[in-house]
Design a protein around this ligand. Structure first.
Ligand code: NAP
Length: 252
């Protein structure tokens, strides 16, 4: 049994990682701004962070702010981990952070570099978008009478439980460096994903594809965030929708 700290262990990914590791008999601490007894804001660090990492063998770093800017929180985490003699930092990143010049991705790439240069044993796993994120985006877009989608952009969403399983496996092993990327089972157009969601949720909306401008959009359109050669996920978006929304899907 090892002691493992999961930062962001209350989040979409982190809570599944935490469950897996606990089921495998490890002592797991969950850190987030609101998770007692390790309620720590990584942006601030401090004695609460030192207490959270003391006696920890491995840190799985899932905490993030959707606004990006995860560099400072990660610097604080690395410094505390070094003081505590943590042996292994495991980080979850995103396929294409080095190819798509999108603000949040630039921050993820910078965090990868911090982890790699930390002098502590490390493992980095990059995956494609989680089904939950695509669902959340589409639910937001469907609040309007017309769903506006970025034209000619595809996605390859993956089930978060499969990512959590792999991350837990990596956390239980030795530092492995950058491991093979993980992609979802299917590459689909945003249009097809949106239609599947509208059908599954019983919403009727016009779908309009909008061409956008800019380097990030060009890189997304070129598929920089996809890993078709690593389509290792099993659960499809339709299967995820059936479980989550409980009705028929399709709409390719
Ligand atoms: N979503 C995707 O499609 C996707 C795909 C590939 C990789 N990833 C990566 O997977 C990781 C987890 O993503 P997610 O979707 O699970 O995120 P999430 O659901 O937004 O969870 C974020 C977690 O971080 C904690 N947190 C936020 N700010 C914090 C701070 N300053 N100090 C301490 N804890 C903080 C949150 O809890 P509190 O609010 O209590 O602080 C929460 O537990 C991220 O690194 C993300 O880039 C995500």
């Amino acid at each position: 049994m090892t002691t493992i700290l999961v930062t962001g262990g209350t989040g979409t990914l982190g809570r599944h990682v935490t469950e897996r590791l606990r089921a495998n008999g490890h002592e797991v601490r969950v850190l987030s701004r609101h998770a007692q007894p390790y309620a720590v804001d990584l942006r601030e660090g401090g004695s609460g962070l030192d207490a959270a990492v003391t006696g920890v063998d491995t840190v799985v770093h899932c905490a993030t702010s959707p606004r990006g800017g995860d560099e400072k929180p990660t610097r604080n985490l690395i410094a505390a981990a070094q003081r505590a003699g943590v042996g292994h930092l495991v980080y979850i990143s995103i396929v294409g952070v080095d190819r798509v010049p999108f603000g949040y991705y630039k921050s993820k790439l910078a965090v990868e570099r911090l982890i790699e240069d930390s002098g502590t044993g490390w493992t980095v796993l990059r995956t494609t978008q989680f089904h939950d994120l695509i669902l959340r985006l589409l639910q937001g877009m469907a609040k309007l009478p017309v769903v506006l989608l970025p034209a000619r952009v595809k996605d390859q969403p993956i089930d978060v439980t499969e990512v959590a399983g792999r991350l837990a496996e990596l956390a239980q092993g030795a530092p492995a460096g950058r491991v093979d990327d993980m992609g979802g089972p299917e590459v689909r157009t945003f249009d097809s994903l949106a239609r599947a969601y509208l059908k599954a949720s019983g919403r009727r909306r016009a779908v309009v594809k909008v061409p956008l401008r800019g380097a990030a959009y060009d890189a997304f359109r070129a598929g920089g965030h996809l890993a078709p050669e690593r389509a290792v996920g099993k659960v499809t978006f339709d299967e995820f929708l059936r479980t989550r929304l409980g009705s028929g899907t399709g709409g390719r």
